[in-house]
Design a protein around this ligand. Structure first.
Ligand SMILES: CC(=O)N[C@H]1[C@@H](OP(=O)(O)OP(=O)(O)OC[C@H]2O[C@@H](n3ccc(=O)[nH]c3=O)[C@H](O)[C@@H]2O)O[C@H](CO)[C@@H](O)[C@@H]1O[C@H](C)C(=O)N[C@@H](C)C(=O)N[C@H](CCC(=O)O)C(=O)O
Ligand SMILES: Nc1ncnc2c1ncn2[C@@H]1O[C@H](COP(=O)(O)OP(=O)(O)OP(=O)(O)O)[C@@H](O)[C@H]1O
Length: 513
């Protein structure tokens, strides 16, 4: 069992910077002496402080970071940045304290200065949207690799540069970590860096201090209304990524109205992509062929530019993600003909997206582990699966505790409408009562389709076996939720659980593997 503090990637040979320079650069109020002090890093969690760090004590939802200053000092922090309240809390530590009114708002600029990330910056790609960010990021990285370009990656699943990877805790890391990561990628001579940008990241200043060369938008659908209350507020949280303060140009999927609205609100030059010929857009993607393992599509753009290629993943939405990634690459200055040549050479986009419609085995019923945890993600994957499945679709899922409860009913309804068999289980209950979460899903599914074959099985291991026990080799099982993750979060603890490993084990037990 673990409480899950993931390691961070940060520069291995950081240049030291004088605290006196930092103070004058940012006009900080100093309490204590900083003469001659040098810092080599910056962090806002005492748990991840390294010797020589500037520790930033932020007011949080549960605590004030300055409370942990003794822990930070013990790990080697040499000074603290915090607000007025934090300065009082940090005084006892004896560390010099640098005071600013809103440290979170200053964090991006401070971190960029500490790690010098505004110098020699690689080409920066940012991806946002409710669903598809991780997938687009992996596709961008794959195509860049196929083009011979080393790209660093920051996703919900992992932060990675070449063979060096660490597991992610947040979709978008805090600003201190983003800039440390960027500096590490610069050290590794990455020519490009791809960062998934969540709405929360924009709201909480996590990508401040970065100007992306190209930003991409997938879609905006029901999620995170616990944070934003309305879809309009959620839209307004994402919109600033498409302004000149944060980006140079944008690529937007305009299949739905939110994309059209964003393309109008953006203050950067925008290129649009659609999968509907009737929609006004600069580029159109059309599906040519779909199977459980591959989606082939054509993408046509201005000046008769065209590419026909495939992505080795199930789903129209994955082709849409690929189209967005390809147009983002074109907008970064890469010729489509150069991309077409390497994709032709390699037989398509050579990408592995962990836990996104990931097929577990090629024998027995097709089992897909998918990170879908919103109504639109369910719809997209179930629709795609229906088009390529001869037998029945068995949908196994649960819902996150402590995350937007308003989407649960819709998830239950969609599963009941679009699948043939529904198995409802526990996902990450976190601090909520798992039975109460299941009850909402079960009631919504039953109300939507009273005749639907439905099982409620709390233990996910047993639920998976329940799904397999009713499956034939022609059927498909969609296990939505766990994706790449290797834990279940229950009451503040991470319990080991990998749906991918368990699916392999279960397929063995049933004699399918
Ligand atoms: C609501 C939210 O964003 N909360 C974030 C916030 O937590 P918090 O304000 O509760 O922090 P706190 O526990 O009060 O602690 C205050 C300060 O003390 C520090 N501290 C705390 C304890 C300690 O021992 N030592 C220490 O230094 C913390 O680092 C923090 O700076 O600061 C923490 C430290 O950076 C984050 O881990 C935490 O993200 C939580 C886990 C979270 O779930 N965030 C979600 C909503 C989120 O950001 N999601 C998006 C979108 C995902 C998607 O697209 O689906 C994401 O980008 O991941
Ligand atoms: N373009 C899309 N449209 C609708 N659903 C999608 C799309 N792309 C992916 N999905 C669904 O959303 C799930 C999550 O995909 P992905 O991880 O790429 O999105 P994300 O935006 O990064 O989400 P998160 O930040 O929660 O990881 C997939 O497993 C799939 O079910």
């Amino acid at each position: 069992m673990t409480t899950g503090v993931s390691p961070r990637l940060r520069p291995s040979h950081p240049d030291a910077r004088l605290v006196t320079d930092l103070v004058s650069q940012f006009g900080l109020e100093v309490r204590g002496s900083v003469d001659g002090l040098e810092i080599t890093g910056i962090t806002l969690s005492s748990k991840t402080v390294e010797p020589g760090d500037l520790y930033v004590g932020l007011a949080g939802v549960h605590a004030h970071g300055a409370q942990y200053v003794d822990d930070a000092k013990a790990k080697g922090a040499i000074a603290v940045v915090t607000d007025a309240r934090g300065a009082t809390l940090a005084a006892r530590s004896g560390l010099p304290v640098l005071v600013t009114a809103d440290p979170r708002a200053a964090l991006g600029a401070l971190s960029a200065w500490v790690y010098r990330t505004t110098e020699n910056t690689p080409t920066l790609f940012g991806v946002t949207g409710t669903n598809g960010k991780t997938s687009v990021a992996y596709i961008l990285e794959a195509v860049l690799r196929q083009l011979g370009v080393l790209a660093g990656l920051s996703t919900t699943a992992e932060r990675r540069i070449g063979d060096l990877a660490v597991t992610s805790a947040l979709t978008t890391p805090e600003a201190t970590e983003v800039h440390g990561l960027l500096a590490r990628m610069q050290e590794a001579e990455a020519e490009a860096v791809i960062i998934e940008v969540s709405a929360q990241a924009l709201t909480r200043h996590r990508v401040d201090g970065i100007v992306f060369d190209v930003v991409g938008f997938t879609n905006l659908t029901h999620d995170h209304l616990d944070d934003y209350k309305t879809m309009q507020a959620y839209f307004e949280a994402k919109m600033p990524l498409f302004t000149t303060e944060r980006a140079r140009r944008g690529v937007i999927i305009t299949d739905a109205e939110w994309g059209v609205k964003l393309s109008r609100a953006a203050t950067v030059p925008v290129t649009t992509v659609s999968t509907y010929p009737g929609r006004p857009a600069d580029w159109y993607a059309a599906i040519l062929r779909e199977s459980m393992d591959e989606t082939r599509f054509i993408l046509n753009g201005p000046d008769n530019q065209s590419i026909t290629t495939s992505i080795p993943v199930l789903g129209r939405h994955m082709a849409e993600n690929a189209a967005l990634a390809l147009v983002m690459l074109v907008e970064s200055g890469i010729e489509l003909s150069a991309i077409a040549a390497v994709l032709e050479r390699d037989g398509g986009i050579d990408v592995y997206i962990p836990g996104r419609a990931e097929r577990i085995a090629n024998s027995g019923p097709a089992v897909f582990i998918d990170y879908g945890h919103s109504p639109d993600a369910f719809t997209s994957t179930l629709d795609s699966l229906r088009r390529v499945t001869d037998g029945r679709i068995i949908m196994l899922f649960g819902a996150d505790g402590d995350r937007d409860p308003s989407k649960r009913e819709e998830m239950g309804q969609i599963a009941a409408r679009l699948a043939d068999v529904v198995v409802i289980t526990d996902f990450h209950p976190r601090t909520e009562d798992p039975a109460a979460i299941r009850r909402v899903l079960v009631d919504a599914a039953r109300a939507a389709v009273p005749s639907r074959e439905l099982y409620e099985v709390a233990d996910p291991r047993k639920a998976l076996r329940q799904a397999l026990s009713v499956a034939t080799p022609d059927d498909a099982i969609l296990y939505a939720g766990p994706g790449h993750e290797d834990y279940h979060e229950v009451a503040g603890e991470h319990l080991p659980y990998s749906a991918r490993d368990d699916a392999r084990l279960a397929l063995h037990e049933f004699g399918w593997l």
